[in-house]
Write a protein that binds this ligand. Sequence first.
Ligand SMILES: [Zn+2]
Length: 273
Amino acid sequence: MKVFLSVDMEGITGVVGEKETDPDHGGEAYRANCHRMTAEANAAIEGALKAGATEVLVADSHWNFDNLIPEELHEAATLLRGGPRPYSMVQDLDGSFDAALFVGYHAMAGTPRAIIDHTFTGRIRSVEVNGRAVGETGLNAYVAGEFGVPVVLVTGDTALVAEAQGLLRGVHTVAVKEAINTNAAKHLHPRKACDLIRAEAERAVRESAEIEPLVATKPVAMAIDFKGTEAADRAELEPLVARVGGTRVEFSAEDYRAAFRIFYACMHLSSSG
Ligand SMILES: [Zn+2]
């Protein structure tokens, strides 16, 4: 049984501010979060192994994708580190996997009482897939869904858990913190967070055959609404999109993976300069 594990940092217990997730400016706080991120990844790996996983691919999915500490990561796992990557947080997730786990994730841009709510970049206000507003959880789950792979576990704060439960039928979740606002939260102790993630990952992987993949109907229509016109001006450089308003671009593709590639290119273009 093969398991794909995508690990972000904003949804790790203890994390509240963007600066402490920034490799260049986060200093000691950032390094402490790398240890915690690796510990929560290990908890998910241990749970998956208990449930019968024989292979675990771990995609480091935060910032430059080089935060997890290789020496501290569980020996049974393979680490996918570095970027850029066309499929970003779910690079190399394909139909050979039986389940996907998202650990340390955060709620979509614009979510109240959610730690560092954003969608890939601070310049995006919202993203829609076939008219449905989604954040990183949904955007990545649709990639898995195209291969028939269910997302079986999502961990982060309470707002992220609510978002995941509203989108992914049957998904298992662990809330490691409850946000007061975008930069303040009540946290579980890191050891307690790991205990819960380990136990829930085991249950989730055991029940993975009963959890539905999130599948986008084809052709896939997507829209990105940016927070400002300059970001939309840059995204419009991507030839496959149509500018449909001051801050909005729309595009469609035959399948979701192709649509995701256009989205991701737009996101990078919008963030340049
Ligand atoms: Zn991140």
